[in-house]
Design a protein around this ligand. Structure first.
Ligand SMILES: Nc1ncnc2c1ncn2[C@@H]1O[C@H](COP(=O)(O)OP(=O)(O)OP(=O)(O)O)[C@@H](O)[C@H]1O
Ligand SMILES: [Mg+2]
Length: 472
């Protein structure tokens, strides 16, 4: 059944609303309208749209707010700004905040139609991508973007990669992607949980055995290395390998051959080894519980998966993908996260990272009534049943300092900067803002929660401003 695409038009002028309803209606879209931000917000929360138009000036705020809200809560929804003729500044601001395009008044219908077509295509593409998300490291954060880049580079090489990170951060997913994006993709990806194999069976599991080589060996058996020949062997929970296996593994890596238990001859194998653990392997090496020489061999490149709490900007995208997946499995429409739920998640510490987010949402979908999930439905540990959110970052826990050097001119006191000649007012204000934010960030040791407090703005507003000003 073809899905009817729906658009939301936000404009306080009735004529414009009617014009858009008519034009989009003729293009086969179902159109809803809103005359102010408050009702738009309600509609966005209650229904999934394929396209949104917003006017610039609305009775209870600005279209810019709508664009920011959509960027935050519905990152896949294309939104366009309707601007007054010739107001380039507003258009630029809208684009910067995440609008995909703008239309200027009076509306040219041909331009409008083209824009709608582009927007819907964009939506299709993003949806198609989201469907492949099972095989993607999702996340809009800078950290995730960098990780994807590193991963793509690493995939092309044959180097042994050691993937570190807390539990549930996506280590196994990253390992699969390295395999899939590399030249060994046509070979097998063989994951092995090193903690799950009984010590006495390890050798035979890894290297295989000959029939009759020990009691119970009733036939020749292929080992994990042979199964991964030409492909990738993923040693998950590598810290759990007993020391005697560590020695054997080191030999295999160095000689590129294995000898099945009970076999007379070594067999050559061509396997790329990836490994992971949520434990601190370097520490285990220091404690003498993991061999230094093996550590050195498997850790040619380290890929560190960042904890989810350090990248709250990834939560909306991840949650969206998870809710779509759950809906796909259940054959229902995806549940939506209400604003308070997103806010609560952004403050939560996620000791279990993305896997925990998956579990929280699965439970919430099961328990929430209506189509939106609210903060209370999440049952976040540490959150009161009321509206208070207690899971704020612990004292002394700062977000990674992302700013290495102060912006040029930041030593000036924002309070006595005078408008330099030749500088446009928007640039001037931007610089002023940048300086104030940089100062606050520095004095709060880059803890964004405290910085926002100091500046008297919300955490979200701060994030938005950092993004807008390119401070990252
Ligand atoms: N960036 C991401 N984008 C999409 N899904 C992710 C991402 N990170 C993790 N996941 C999902 O979260 C779940 C946990 O990931 P994974 O099993 O790879 O974590 P892990 O680090 O191996 O955890 P553990 O240490 O507990 O074994 C999986 O369902 C995975 O698909
Ligand atoms: Mg894992």
């Amino acid at each position: 059944m073809p899905h009817t695409q729906t658009a939301l038009i936000i404009d306080d002028e009735r004529d414009i609303r009617e014009l858009l309803v008519m034009t989009l209606g003729r293009m086969g879209l179902a159109v809803d309208t809103a005359a102010d931000i408050a009702s738009a917000e309600r509609q966005l929360a209650s229904k999934r749209y394929d396209l949104c138009f917003t006017d610039m000036r609305l009775p209870d705020g600005s279209g810019q707010q709508i664009i920011e809200l959509i960027a935050q809560r519905h990152p896949e929804l294309p939104v366009a700004m309707i601007t007054a003729h010739g107001n380039v500044d507003a258009a630029v601001q809208a684009l910067k905040a995440g609008a995909f395009d703008f239309v200027s008044k009076p509306v040219d219908l041909n331009v409008l139609r083209q824009l709608v077509q582009n927007a819907l295509q964009l939506g299709e593409q993003q949806r198609a991508q989201a469907q492949h998300s099972a095989n993607k490291l999702l996340g809009n954060s800078e950290a995730m973007a960098r990780l994807r880049e590193t991963l793509a580079k690493v995939a092309r090489s044959q180097a042994q990669v050691y993937i570190s990170g807390e539990s549930g951060t996506g280590k196994e997913l990253a390992a699969r992607l390295i395999h899939e994006q590399g030249p060994r993709a046509s070979g097998n990806f063989v994951p092995v949980n090193c903690g799950a194999i009984p010590s006495e069976l390890m050798e035979s599991e890894f290297f295989g055995h000959k029939k009759g080589s020990f009691t119970g060996a009733q036939a020749d058996k292929e080992g994990l290395f042979q199964a991964a020949d030409g492909g990738t062997l993923f040693l998950d929970e590598v810290a759990e390998l007993p020391l005697h296996m560590q020695v054997k593994l080191l030999r295999v890596i160095q000689e590129r051959t294995v000898r099945p238990v009970g076999a007379a001859k070594e067999v050559p194998i061509d396997v790329r080894i990836l490994s992971a653990t949520h434990k601190n392997l370097a520490q285990l090496v220091q404690d003498g519980r993991f061999r230094h020489d093996l550590y050195y061999r498997i850790n040619v490149i380290e890929l560190a998966m960042p904890p989810l709490r350090d990248r709250p900007e990834d939560i909306a995208v991840l949650a969206d993908a998870i809710l779509r997946r759950l809906a796909g499995q259940a054959g229902t429409a995806p549940a939506r996260l209400a604003a308070d739920a997103i806010e609560a998640l952004r403050r939560y510490r996620f000791p279990g990272n993305v896997r925990e987010l998956e579990n929280i949402l699965e439970r919430a979908v099961a328990f929430s009534e209506g189509d939106a999930i609210h903060a209370d439905d999440l049952h976040l540990p540490g959150a009161n049943s009321g509206h208070a959110i207690t899971a704020i970052p612990a004292e002394g826990e700062t977000l990674q300092p992302v700013i290495a050097t102060p912006a040029p001119g930041s030593q000036a006191d924002p309070a006595n900067v005078s408008l330099p000649s030749g500088e446009a007012l928007p640039d001037f204000i931007e610089n002023l803002e940048r300086e104030a934010i940089m100062k606050a960030l520095e004095s709060c040791r880059y803890n964004k929660t405290k910085t926002a407090e100091k500046l008297g703005i919300t955490f979200r507003a701060l994030r938005y401003k950092l993004k807008k000003l390119g401070i990252d």
